[in-house]
Write a protein that binds this ligand. Structure first.
Ligand code: CUA
Length: 326
């Protein structure tokens, strides 16, 4: 009884990264395939184990029974156990190939193109048709197909958002493709699924699916140059001068509309509008941002962001400046 409780306890609750809860056309076709094969396997299991149990009971040793006669060969049986598995393999193979071909062909009809670039250890997203560049949070419109073109800047990564699609590797020197159409608005977490170095486990991704009008407003805002949100001017002022001066931040980061044009780290033009920091490691709050810029390696071991030796006050001010970039 206790073991049953423990076993079924894992079935309740919310599973944001369960591939068994598909939320896109592609994820659903993979799930349908999985369920079909699963029930076929259950059928095979029941028949085989049932036959085994019948044989164990019916032909068990009984006191006084004669020794069974050894036999050699049974043509009918051998033909049967060759044909039956072959038929089962057809029932697995045909739907599998059909599904693979369907999800592997380029998306049909109009699709929103997004370039995905894997970096140690964060994701870059470019929307070439919208003039938007962002990081770690992929915004997509609900009900519109998104056409992802994936490549890597360094080593092999793998883009995996279980509720939306299967894994797709990002391989240096080549472009891979993945597409899906999200069913409903929500945040779908995922992660890098190919070991890519020390911070691999902290290379998370969030797909934020929004109704088309909400998405359009987001894209419109993101396509503009950086605008500082009013409020907290004194801190923002100092933070900005550290960012562009002693902090050295501009050697790695871009803030469109300013002289900052570094390309090694994530584009920070609208960093204040993101919900997390460091590829999903921390929630984007002023305190978290300050500890991130002060000691990036403490927050995320192995992280390639340099420790610029900022004081607590300087880190707070830089965080205020970044937070103002909505
Ligand atoms: Cu990138 Cu693992």
């Amino acid at each position: 009884m206790l073991s049953l409780v423990v076993l079924t306890a894992a079935c309740g609750g919310d599973f944001p990264q369960s591939s068994l809860r598909p939320q896109s056309d592609v994820a659903r076709s993979i799930d349908d395939l999985f369920r079909g094969i699963f029930w076929l396997a259950v059928g095979v299991f029941v028949v085989v184990e049932g036959a085994l149990l019948v044989a164990i009971v019916r032909f068990r040793e009984r006191p006084g029974a004669e020794r069974p006669k050894p036999v050699h060969g049974n043509t009918a049986l051998e033909v049967a156990w060759t044909i039956v598995p072959a038929v089962i393999l057809i029932f697995i193979g045909v739907p599998t190939m059909l599904t693979l071909w369907r999800i592997d062909r380029p998306p049909q009809g109009e699709a929103l193109r997004v370039e995905v670039v894997g970096h140690q250890w964060w994701w870059e997203f470019n929307y070439p048709d919208l003039g938007v560049t962002t990081a770690n949070e992929l915004h997509v419109p609900v009900g519109h197909t998104v056409d992802l073109r994936l490549r890597s800047d360094d080593v092999v990564h793998s883009f995996w958002v279980p509720r939306l699609a299967g894994k797709r590797d990002l391989v240096p020197g080549r472009e891979n493709q993945l597409w899906f159409t999200v069913d409903s608005a929500g945040v779908y977490p995922g992660q890098c699924a190919e070991f890519c170095g020390i911070a691999h486990a902290l290379m998370r991704v969030r797909v934020i699916a929004e109704e088309p009008d909400v998405f359009e407003r987001w894209a419109e805002l993101q396509s503009h140059d950086a605008v500082e949100e009013p409020g907290g001017e004194a801190l923002v002022e100092t933070g900005r001068s550290i960012f562009f001066g002693a902090g050295g931040c501009i050697s790695c980061h871009t803030i469109r509309g300013t002289p900052a044009a570094g390309v090694l780290g994530p584009d920070l033009t609208h960093v204040g509008s993101r919900s997390t920091i460091g590829a999903g490691v921390l929630r984007n709050t002023p305190t978290n941002m300050a500890s991130w810029v002060k000691e990036p390696h403490k927050v995320k071991k192995g992280n390639l962001m340099l420790d610029m030796g900022l004081s607590d006050e300087q880190a707070r001010d830089v965080a205020a400046y970044l937070g103002s970039l909505k």
